[in-house]
Design a protein. Structure first.
Length: 443
């Protein structure tokens, strides 16, 4: 690929909170030229990028390819998992164009959990013992033969909601019924992965991979449960903080050697070159880190927690990721801690109530060291901001300590008002997070 352009035209695919955070970071790049987005409704993205002018449909990728060719797009950034898994990056590839997203083949790490388990098992990558089922009767029989709690996962893409960590046999059996019989996740639940339940703190490790070079980002910890104290149903994520206090340099070295590098090598043996973001959701068990899941894109809300801490030119970093020149990147991290709190709608995650006017966003965004990203937000006919999804807004703050960052984030959350607002005020208050401070260097 030719040398990196001094000014690059970029296209962002996606319209959620993660993509708004990416758009904010790209807009701050000195190398950014024209900036386009497929999203037509997220007000935050609309303030930063030009809409492509037509409704994007992943089934009509050729139209987006024509747009990229006509506009001289140098960099394509794909945020959500669905278009990555469908092979959109493969469709948009062209000489001189960097695709900062994995190929369809590489995306199987996330889109097919059964395939990912087989890859990990063959490469001796530490993960939970698991079995794959395509027949609900066989899945039920297996669960009934187990003496310990099991985790049931939809094998396909389920928007972060296809995992049930059962505390009892009844919960696990009910999960099989919902996924395989009732098909609440559609074809994503036609097969399920049933695996042993691991114990220990969770951590998200994200890395940029350009085919051969792996640049490990700072760690983050997501909070999936809806309610404080890690109670209630699983969600797409109610908050995150960075860095995770309990991952030191020695453990990170072990994660890189035993998980990240072997995964990329295993993919290469399958004839797959991985380029893009690799997200490893890990459980830090007494026997060492084990993989819970792989994602092939930035996590949400981990992305909102990480990017405010990232220093350097983000557009250049992503371009180098897709171009295979990541080794030449020059980056560092803000040494402060970040805390991200998600504001969700009443009824989320089951049946979110939407359409309520949002107030106080500008005031919250003007607070020092506070970053606001829109997810389920739209403008009504009068131009007012209204809620339009389960997770509405992410509020991230930077502080010298985790407690400081949390207090700043919560103060901003209190300024933002809408009917039915719900949030967790204990992000980062898990015992292992107490006293968390940022590490120095590149992570």
């Amino acid at each position: 690929m030719a040398a990196i352009p001094e000014k690059m035209n970029a296209l962002l695919v996606g319209g959620g909170g993660r993509e708004h955070a990416i758009a904010q970071k790209l807009r701050a790049s000195e190398r950014l030229g024209e900036f386009y987005s497929t999203d037509s409704v997220n007000p935050g993205i609309a303030s930063l990028a030009q809409h492509i002018g037509f409704e994007f449909d992943v089934r009509s990728a050729y139209r987006l390819k024509q747009f990229c060719d006509a506009k001289g797009v140098n960099l394509v950034v794909i945020g959500p998992e669905e278009p990555i898994a469908s092979g959109l990056g493969d469709e948009l590839a062209a000489p001189g164009r960097s695709i900062a997203a994995p190929s369809k083949g590489a995306a199987q790490l996330e889109s097919d959990k059964a395939w990912a388990k087989q890859l990990m098992r063959a490469a001796s990558i530490p993960t939970a013992e698991a079995h794959v089922f395509g027949d609900p009767s066989a899945a039920r029989a297996y669960l009934e033969s187990r003496e310990t709690a099991q985790v049931v996962k939809a094998a396909g893409l389920a928007k972060g909601k296809g995992v049930v960590v059962g505390d009892s046999m009844e919960e696990a059996l009910a999960a099989v019924e919902r996924m395989m019989v009732e098909r609440v996740f559609g074809e994503a639940g036609a097969r399920v992965v049933i695996e042993e339940r691991l114990e220990g703190p969770e951590v998200s490790v994200l890395a940029l991979v350009d085919g051969r070079t792996i640049y490990t980002l700072e760690t983050a910890q997501d909070h999936k449960r809806l309610l404080e104290g890690d109670l209630g149903p699983n969600t797409g994520g109610m908050g995150a903080y960075s860095p995770a206090a309990f991952v030191d340099d020695e453990m990170m070295g072990s994660i890189e050697r035993e998980i990240l590098v072997p995964t990329i090598d295993a993919l290469r043996r399958e004839g797959i070159e991985y380029r893009g973001v690799l997200y490893a959701g890990l459980m830090l068990t007494p026997a060492g880190p084990k993989v819970l899941e792989f994602n092939v894109r930035f996590g949400d809300p981990e992305c909102q927690a990480l990017l405010p801490r990232l220093r350097g030119d983000f557009a250049e970093l992503l371009y180098r990721t897709g171009a295979g020149t990541l080794a030449e990147a020059d980056l560092s991290w803000d040494t402060r801690v970040s805390c991200c709190v998600v504001l969700a709608s009443r009824g989320y995650p089951a049946q979110p109530e939407t359409g309520f006017e949002i107030a106080g966003v500008d005031e919250a965004g003007a607070m020092e060291d506070v970053f606001i990203t829109y997810a389920g937000v739209r403008r009504d006919a009068d131009g007012a901001l209204v809620t339009a999804g389960g997770r509405v807004i992410s509020v991230t703050a930077l502080g010298e300590t985790l407690s400081d960052a949390r207090e700043k984030a919560l103060a901003a959350c209190d300024v933002i008002q809408f009917d039915g607002k719900q949030l967790r005020r204990d992000i980062g208050k898990r015992p292992e997070a107490i006293g968390a401070r940022a590490s120095t260097g590149a992570g």
